[in-house]
Design a protein around this ligand. Sequence first.
Ligand code: MG
Length: 262
Amino acid sequence: MAQRYVRVQDLQGRIYYGLLQLNQNVQVLDAPPWLQGQPIDLELAPEGYQLLAPCAPSKIVAVGKNYVEHAAEMGSNVPKEPLLFLKPSTAIIATSTAIVYPPQSQRVDYEGELALVIGDRTSNCTPQEADNKIWGYTIANDVTARDLQQKDNQWTRAKGFDTFCPLGPWIVRELNAAATLQTFLNDNIVPVQSTSIEQMVFSPNFLVAYISQIMTLLPGDVILTGTPSGVGALQIGDRIRVEIEGIGRLENTVVAPATIIS
Ligand code: MG
């Protein structure tokens, strides 16, 4: 099993990067692993921590329509060059936490995606150099208010709600280039999305190089590589699970917005 790099919060609220052990203990590191964090004399037992999203990026750069069949289901072709947008870092939530269905939308969709985690400060790199800039891989759900995306012409509101970026559960360093990505809704055994990530139009290395010509990527930044076909609506009470072979499972529930007490 590949080494799993996690970020956790202990019962006192302290946040640590660490290595998840087979017995579910977390070996704590003194810094993020992409900043050469080293093990310290502290191990947390399962009852002593809660999993957080595995990194805390300065920005999330996302790619639209990076699978041919998904572009087709959205009624368009794949763009000639990557279509980029940003999600705010405040949208990130961990696995096993809740996506809040915003009252402004009547149509919220899941989008299972492979996420890249950047290890170095990266500017103007080539696709060949990008290979060394990608520190690891995790799973994301690019939750989208589809009605607002269509209404607004640009995507900030539709993609930017708090809780709209489940990320995790951990980072692995290596990934099979043909790994399977699947998304499951509730207890259905048939996935609603299923593809090999090699069906991606613009590869991870190409995307990192392309983005780095525009903005400097910082250690811990996250790139969402686009969703395959099969996107669909979420309802309050649903459970949505994205799985990538060789990484694991990212699962979240959908809840109603909390009643606002004025
Ligand atoms: Mg997406």
